[in-house]
Design a protein around this ligand. Sequence first.
Ligand code: PEP
Ligand code: MN
Length: 339
Amino acid sequence: MIVVMDAGATEENVQQVIDKLVLAGFSVHRSTGAVHTVLGGVGPTETIDPAEFEVMEGVKECFRIMSPYKLANRSFRPQGTVVEFANGLRVGGNEIVIMAGPWCVESEEQIERCAEMVARDGAKVLRAGAFTLTSSPYSAPAGVGEDALRMLRKAADRHSLLVISEVMDAAEIALMEPYVDLLQVGARNMENFNLLRALGASKRPVLLKRGIAATVEELLLSAEYILSGGNYNVILCERGIRTFEGYTRHTMDISSIPVVKKLSHLPIIADPSHGTGRRDKVLPMARAAVAAGADGLLVEVHPDPDHALGDGAQSLKPEQFTELMKQLRGIASAVGRTI
Ligand code: PEP
Ligand code: MN
């Protein structure tokens, strides 16, 4: 149930609606926009007549949301969500935010070189796994945990970057929070509902990647788990899905970007590295994602990708990343945005 308050509604009007919703058995989520306050009620929608709310003072309109996700629905925040970080960086606003770095932290020197390189070219967030695992138990080390997080944080701080890293398990959240600015949920964990619930209680923003066989609706339902726990700072990520095509590692579903923009208020970024699995395909897909309206990109870059511990084939070489940033600036300005 969505209740949209009038532009001139008083705090008392808002409180009366909240009280009535609570009394009727709803849990209430509030979104205070520049013009309208919107109240999202999750509860026994079928038994309530929206007219009961529409006659209340200060209420503009009230309607049921038919889609299974309520808080991720565009109507909860028609103006769109902007996830804002302590250093002022905003995801979901006019700026397209580039997050870049290696698949995982390999050493102090490697992550320092990555940070230096991506910061110089204009990325704002350093990515790297610290607990990352691969699809095969035999193919790569399982990350080096807290030591890796420490190295990642130090390298990012030296170059005024924020940090994004993947959280694999609810038990790791508390350990990671002091080191990372954005907690990444990997494609294979998109339906790990215990993890999503735990992230709903975190103070850190969350980047939720689309599962390799998940529909957009399933992605939004997973986001709903985090939002319903009270953490509204969720960024979605299109990272390619499994299709019959074998030439690329996954099929980069660019169309999900405008689809998500219509259905949801949440920002969405794109990961053309996992989306294609081949470094020569990353730049064209990055251009397409920005042209399609992505709010940012997550890109794998390595100083020496042929010797990377993981994801080398899809990691850009330093000079390729420089070229990517240069070309994206042109695309961004053509669609009225900045990088
Ligand atoms: C990653 O970004 O490091 C990663 C493992 O991606 P995904 O979950 O999309 O496979
Ligand atoms: Mn990977």
